[in-house]
Design a protein. Structure first.
Length: 87
């Protein structure tokens, strides 16, 4: 979905680098896969065709955070109330 975003933080030899991969158009999504020492983040179309791909060595990845696109509240969504500490 447009707005989906994945943030990848890697170790760049003494410092860190942050990469943001985002679904840039309507109908596209961001998929994450990992295996054999590689983390792969791909922006794909509705049909599953890869548009862009970023590959990182798994040993260098410090953090991988998926940020879903915000969605409008639905009628049946429960109201969110903060937890209160009882004294």
């Amino acid at each position: 979905m447009k707005g989906d975003r994945v943030e990848v933080v890697i170790d760049a030899g003494g410092s860190t680098r942050t990469y943001d991969i985002e679904a840039t158009r309507a109908g596209r999504r961001v998929e994450v896969s990992h295996g054999r020492g590689v983390v792969e983040v791909t922006e794909t179309t509705r049909g599953g065709t890869a548009v862009r791909t970023a590959r990182f060595m798994a040993g260098r990845v410090l953090a991988l955070v998926e940020h879903p696109a915000p969605r409008a509240a639905l009628e049946d969504d429960a109201a969110v109330t903060p937890l209160r500490h009882s004294a």
